[in-house]
Structure formats: C-alpha cells, structure tokens
Ligand binder design. Structure first.
Ligand code: SF4
Length: 329
C-alpha cells in the first residue's frame, strides 16, 4: 500500500482520477472549523512548577517520555517531583539509575512497563539539559524566542535525541505548544507554531472525514486496529497536519489553540472504543472550560456536523497502529 489517505492538497492524485475526495475533505475542514469559530480562547495551562526555570525543565522531561502513556498522569507525577528544588535539577536527574527512576517517576507510566527505554531517554535528556547544557533554559524563560528558521527553537531541539528521532518531530511540536500554553516562552513568530499530530487526532480527523482513505481497501483496514508501515503513518500525519491548517483557517483560530481543543475532543469524546457523540466527555480525561463551552448539553462539539449519525461506519474507524519499535514517536 503506498497511499492510504490524502488531505485536500495531497489528494490531487485522486482528483486527477476524477474523484472528489479532496473537495469533500476541504468542505469538511470548513464545516468543522466553523463550529469552533466562536470558541473562547483557552486559559493558560498551569505550569508544572512555580519556578519558571524548573517549569521549563519539567516540560522538556515530561515531553521527552510522553509517548504512549496517559498525559495527565505523567504530568501529575512530574509536577510533584518538580516541587522539590533540591532533587529536581537536571544534573541530579541525569544520574538516576533505573530503580530510582522507577521509584520517583514510575507512577507516571503503565504499571507493567519495564521503563528501561523511558529511563534511557529521560536521563539522556536531563544530561543534555544539565551538564552539557545543549538547551540554555535561562535564554528561554519568559523571553522573546524565535521558533522557526536556523537556530530557532525547533532547530535547537534537534540537538536532543528525544526530540530529533521522529521525522515529523512530534515531541518537539508538543513541547513548543506546551511552552506557549504555559506562557513560559513568548514566541516572536507565533505563526510558526506547528501542529502536533498524535494518534487521538488522527482518529478524529478520519472519523470527521477531513482525511480520507483514497482506496476502499484501506478504508476497511481502518475499521480494526491494523499496523501500518512507519512511512505510511508519517504521510497520514502530514495529511492531518494540512487538514488542521485548513480547519484553523475556517475557525479563525491559532494552531496552538485548535490543536489543544481538538486533542481534548478526540481523547475525551471521540474515544477509540466508541465515540461519545451525545456525551458526556470521558470523566477520566477532563476537558478544559473552552471545550466545555463548546459542548452544548455536554455533547461532542462536532455532534451536529460530524456525519457519524448518517454513516455509522465512521464511528468504527480507528487510528492506524504504528509498530512497537517506533512507538517512541
Ligand atoms: S460526533 Fe462522535 S464521531 Fe464525531 S467527532 Fe464527535 S465523538 Fe467523534
């Protein structure tokens, strides 16, 4: 399988074959974007520490190991650890052995996990932030920071393997957005904030038909958890990214806000094992006041335009699975 889905622009191939998927996808982006147009701006995300320098370190370390785990649980554990300035510093954290890492941070991950790989990423990142000072936190905190271009923040994060391994730089994108939402950085070029596309968002964009499989066979494969090759998943992420730009344009909303709002809708309403179109949102995955303001009668904010009501097959769509060897993406 070489192509499984295309966004409005990428789908030009399908359009040349006389299909109209790209028009449908573009229209869906527009319709769903309109639903969000009057959304209140999200409140700033609470920082992981009252001390700005420690808060940046906490964001960097949390994001470095955030793959395939519960985001809120991990952040709670890191927030508690970051309350202790004697223990939560990069030089000390870089020297934690596996046992100490499990003791201090293990509650942030699934109980059965070995934590060996997470420990390696965590201590390597702490080492680069501390002793080797690859990223100078003091130069970031509450100061104007350029995101794009050579020596911009995205470029500088490439020096840290946790943020450089993924060809789509998902973790770097998550980190930059979190630093913006917590107001820990003040970007001079906020238009360069890039979408962070993870599995919840892929599922949401598939179900809302903003990204659609070109071939029927691929459509069927998305009705069950199916592992796809990494390059295919990267193409899907790029398609979702492009559709998010279209949606943000219709919503008249910055990418950083839209990304956060749609991620919450995806994980709390549009759950993998059955969407909660009529609500309420999943209690264990709380939504912020912006999403709740959009959720009339606690229904999904997209419930009136989604299309699932007239096409129940969409409700069964799930995000394509990535091989475990790439799950750090
Ligand atoms: S209406 Fe249902 S299927 Fe559509 S986005 Fe919301 S939860 Fe998902």
């Amino acid at each position: 399988m070489d192509v499984i889905c295309d966004s409005p622009r990428h789908n030009i191939r399908a359009a040349r074959r006389g299909k109209s998927e790209w028009l449908v996808a573009a229209l869906r982006c527009y319709e769903l974007g309109l639903e969000l147009r009057d959304a209140p701006s999200p409140e700033p995300t609470p920082r992981l520490s009252d001390d700005p320098t420690r808060a940046v370190l906490a964001e960097v370390l949390a994001t470095a190991v955030c793959h395939s785990t519960n985001w809120d649980r991990l952040r709670d554990v890191i927030r508690r650890a970051a309350a202790d300035p004697e223990r939560f510093n990069a030089a000390r954290l870089a020297t934690l052995d596996v046992g100490a890492f499990r003791e201090e941070f293990g509650a942030g991950f699934a109980p059965a996990e070995s934590l060996l790989a997470r420990h390696r990423v965590f201590t390597e990142t702490a080492s680069l932030m501390g002793t080797r000072r690859v990223l100078d936190v003091a130069s970031l905190v509450e100061r104007p920071v350029r995101l794009g271009g050579r020596a911009g923040l995205y470029d500088r994060l490439r020096a840290i393997p946790a943020f450089a391994r993924d060809p789509e730089a998902k973790k770097a994108r998550i980190l930059v957005q979190e630093l913006c939402r917590t107001r820990l950085i003040a970007p001079t070029d906020p238009e360069h904030v890039r979408p962070a596309i993870e599995y919840h968002l892929i599922r949401l964009y598939l179900r809302t038909q903003r990204v659609t499989p070109v071939r029927m066979a691929d459509d069927s494969r998305l009705l069950a958890a199916t592992t796809f090759r990494a390059p295919v998943i990267m193409r899907i992420r790029r398609a979702v990214e492009e559709a998010m730009y279209f949606t943000a344009s219709a919503a008249e909303m910055p990418i950083c806000d839209l990304n956060h709002i749609e991620w919450q809708i995806a994980r709390s309403f549009c759950e993998r094992h059955g969407p909660r179109c009529d609500g309420p949102p999943q209690p264990s995955k709380p939504c912020d006041s912006t999403v709740l303001a959009l959720a009339v009668d606690l229904r999904c904010p997209f419930a009136d335009v989604c299309g699932v009501a007239s096409n129940s097959r969409l409700a069964g769509m799930v995000e394509p699975q990535l091989s475990r060897k790439y799950d750090f993406y």
